[in-house]
Every structure is written in structure tokens, then in C-alpha cells.
Design a protein around this ligand. Structure first.
Ligand code: SF4
Length: 313
């Protein structure tokens, strides 16, 4: 990959955007076509006291070469269970105060969320027990392998509203596509959540009419974040790829998100599309006096990527 300045990539993106009927919100940082998921509001609200992000663990049942986390990660069960219990206690206490009105809950982790159903259940039970009338929009991210009938029934009982499927993680397997169809039949809001990888362009463009037909509501595309854990794979796969930094390091998707937007426009697909690479990471930082920019972690991420480029691990 070649390192280029962010502005060089922004110019390429701007040229593509100018040719599409794109909508801009959140001071121009939320770039989309169609009404985006309610859950996506979380990234654009500053000081979102009504948003809750629930972490469940780091393990995954797949090993995608593009995954930007360490590929052999294993939970430290003792620490994890202690942290999760502390989070749950804090949430239970917060619910006692009726001024706390969470309206968005995101279950996400560094791995596969559905490996941790017990975490989802605790939060769902707490809301049912302490605030049965609270309307919360809950969503989670999954590679879809474990989202079978029993799991989907369980998620319904836990009042999960939206499921975000990463289809390319299983190379668009029939098993996961069947699970996605079932999720639609059970009336979940279903989103396709994909790293915007040029290697999946053909498959993604080909599957769009089917996703539209079964009522997939949203497509969220994000350029692959580059870390020392996936640099080698991406560098070998995309020797001419453009690597740039905009808070975090990313590989330019060669306009894939705009190819998908163009297809929506031409074919009048109903799902919305969001360009998650348009400064969302910066929006999420939510820098305030109490929450200053974490310079140390930025320096570390720079060191990591420079070491990866120089092949020093
Ligand atoms: S499914 Fe997601 S978390 Fe799991 S290995 Fe693939 S990219 Fe990483």
C-alpha cells in the first residue's frame, strides 16, 4: 500500500460524491442516501447520555484476515466477568433514577457478540424488571453464523430491535444468508454492516437486489481500519491500495461505497446507505474538558502502523 495524505483521498471521494444525490447531516459529517438507522444516531450525538454501549468480550468464532484486532485473542475470563458485573451494577443503579432514559443500546465487542448471549440477557432482564415501560432501541453486530432460529427467538425475547450482519465474514455463506432471511421473517430491522473492501465489490453489487427484495433496511459501509494485525494481509492483497490517516489509519475503498450508492440510485432500492468512513471516528471521540483527546493512544496507533510497514512486530 502507498501512504497518501488524507486530503488526496478526500479529493477522490469528493469527486465521486459530487455526482450522486447524497444527503449530508451532522455538520456535513454524516454522509448517506436514505433514512439511516436509528442506531446510527449514536455516532453523531455529542455527550449522548441516553446511549449505552455494552461490551461483552473479545473472542470470535471466525478469523477474517481483514480483522483489525489480534487474531488469537482470548478473553481473560476473570477480568472480563468482573468488568461486566461492574457495568451491569452501574446500569442497574442508573435505572433506579427515572431521569436516566436510555433510548439506544448497542451490544458490540471486539469479536462475535452472539458468543455472549448471557450478557444480552442480563441487560434485557434488568430493563424488564426495573423499567418495563422504557422504549429502548437495541442493536447488535454479528457475523451471522450463530443467528439461527433459536438465537433469533432468544433475541426477540430480549427486545433486540436491529441486527447488523457482516456477510462477507463467512464469504456470503448460504447458512448466514438463511439466518438473515429468517431474521427478516421474524421482523427484526436488518442491516448489512460491511468493511468496504474492493475484493467484495462484485459479490456486494450482485446481492443488492436480493437484499432489497427481502427488506434489508440499511447498508453501513466502512473502509477497513488498518492496524498491525491486518496490515500484512491488506498490503499483499492491495499493493497499490491507498493508506491514509484520519485519526485512525484506513485503506481507501476505491470508491466502493459510492458504487453501491450509485446502484441504489439507478435501481431505486429502498434501503439506506451510510458512508461510515466520513469522519465518524472523529465524531465518536466526543472530546470535552472531562474527556480530552487520548494523545497516547493516537501515538501508539501511529507507532504500530509504522512498525507494521517496516515489518517490525
Ligand atoms: S467476524 Fe468480525 S470480529 Fe470476527 S474475525 Fe471477522 S472481522 Fe473480526
Amino acid at each position: 500500500m502507498k501512504i497518501v495524505h488524507r486530503d488526496y483521498v478526500l479529493k477522490l471521494k469528493s469527486d465521486r460524491r459530487a455526482k450522486l444525490p447524497i444527503e449530508y447531516h451532522a455538520n456535513g459529517d454524516c454522509i448517506h442516501m436514505g433514512k439511516i438507522s436509528h442506531g446510527c444516531r449514536m455516532c453523531y450525538k455529542r455527550g449522548g447520555a441516553t446511549d449505552v454501549v455494552i461490551y461483552s468480550g473479545s473472542e470470535c468464532n471466525l478469523k477474517c484476515p481483514v480483522c483489525y484486532y489480534p487474531h488469537d485473542r482470548v478473553d481473560n475470563k476473570e477480568v472480563l466477568l468482573k468488568d461486566i458485573a461492574a457495568d451491569q451494577n452501574a446500569f442497574a443503579n442508573a435505572l433506579k433514577d427515572h431521569r436516566f432514559q436510555p433510548d439506544l443500546i448497542s451490544y458490540s465487542c471486539e469479536g462475535e457478540t452472539l458468543l455472549y448471549p448471557e450478557v444480552i440477557k442480563v441487560y434485557a432482564d434488568l430493563i424488564k424488571e426495573k423499567r418495563p415501560n422504557l422504549k429502548v432501541y437495541s442493536f447488535l453486530y454479528t457475523n451471522g453464523v450463530l443467528a439461527d432460529k433459536d438465537m433469533l427467538d432468544f433475541l426477540k425475547e430480549c427486545n433486540i430491535t436491529e441486527l447488523r450482519f457482516h456477510l462477507s465474514a463467512s464469504y456470503f455463506s448460504n447458512q448466514v444468508i438463511d439466518n438473515l432471511i429468517l431474521a427478516r421473517e421474524k421482523d427484526f430491522i436488518v442491516t448489512l454492516e460491511e468493511p468496504s473492501l474492493p475484493e467484495n465489490k462484485e459479490k456486494l453489487l450482485e446481492i443488492l437486489p436480493f437484499l432489497d427484495k427481502i427488506g434489508v433496511a440499511h447498508i453501513d459501509m466502512i473502509e477497513p481500519r488498518v492496524t498491525r494485525f491486518n496490515y500484512k494481509y491488506l498490503h499483499e492483497k492491495y499493493p497499490d491500495g491507498l493508506l491514509y490517516q484520519d485519526h485512525q489509519w484506513a485503506m481507501y475503498d476505491d470508491g466502493l461505497v459510492y458504487d453501491i450508492m450509485e446502484s441504489k440510485y439507478k435501481n431505486n432500492y429502498k434501503f439506506s446507505i451510510i458512508d461510515c468512513s466520513s469522519r465518524v471516528e472523529l465524531k465518536r471521540l466526543n472530546i470535552t474538558e472531562d474527556n480530552p483527546l487520548d494523545i497516547e493512544s493516537i501515538i501508539k496507533s501511529n507507532d504500530d502502523i509504522i512498525n507494521a510497514i517496516n515489518n517490525k512486530w
